[in-house]
Design a protein around this ligand. Structure first.
Ligand SMILES: [Ca+2]
Ligand SMILES: [Ca+2]
Length: 203
């Protein structure tokens, strides 16, 4: 009987000790887990910011590459206006032979992107503007931030710089982006992208 009681007592203490150890273990696993989640979230946010910048710039390059797309041969599509900080152009993305009227109220879809501009505001932000078929502005969207410099340079078919809208065939995009380098603060990176606007050959 005594033996049995002792054994029971020992088991109870053992149980308490086990519970204590388990709760310490769980607490430390939980705190490790939470710190893991926090790190993931922070890294994820950083990656998302970088991806956003990259996808904004990739989108701009893709859009400029399509400038003047005119599969119906209407002659109504091409470069509309250029400055070193801004390029405005049209492209018949839905291939119906018309510059479609942008309507941002039902979301941005392909026909809304037929008359657009990219502009660097000289103050960190690259924006995309969408226009109505008649040239009235419809909406604008921030495509990249932390841009410290952005210049468009326009070339003709002989690779000479030009500001003649009909002569432009290639656009160089020179941009400097500021990136966070952790403890070291900000670092600048300059990229040059050459965009051949093949559709402009046919206009
Ligand atoms: Ca169209
Ligand atoms: Ca729309």
């Amino acid at each position: 009987m005594n033996m049995k009681n002792n054994k029971k007592g020992f088991t109870a203490i053992e149980l308490l000790v086990s519970l204590a150890i388990l709760s310490i273990a769980l607490t430390s696993i939980y705190s490790m887990y939470m710190s893991f989640i926090r790190t993931c979230t922070k890294e994820g946010a950083k990656i998302r910011v970088q991806q956003n910048v990259r996808s904004g710039l990739d989108m701009m390059i893709r859009d400029i590459r399509l400038a003047g797309l005119d599969p119906e041969g209407t002659g109504d599509f091409g470069i509309v206006a250029v400055t070193p900080q801004r390029i405005q152009f049209t492209a018949d993305l839905d291939m119906d032979g018309e510059v479609d009227d942008a309507d941002a109220s039902d979301g941005i879809d392909v026909p809304d992107l037929e008359h657009m501009a990219y502009e660097y505001d000289g103050n960190g932000t690259l924006k995309m503007f969408l226009y109505k078929a008649n040239g009235d502005p419809e909406t604008d969207e921030i495509m990249a931030e932390n841009v410290t410099d952005l210049t468009f340079i326009y070339y003709d078919s002989n690779d000479d710089t030009t500001s003649d809208l009909d002569a432009i065939r290639t656009v160089d995009i020179r941009m400097t982006i500021e990136k966070s380098a952790g403890r070291d603060g900000q670092v600048s990176r300059t990229l040059v992208k050459r965009v051949k606007c093949r559709n402009l050959d046919y206009n």
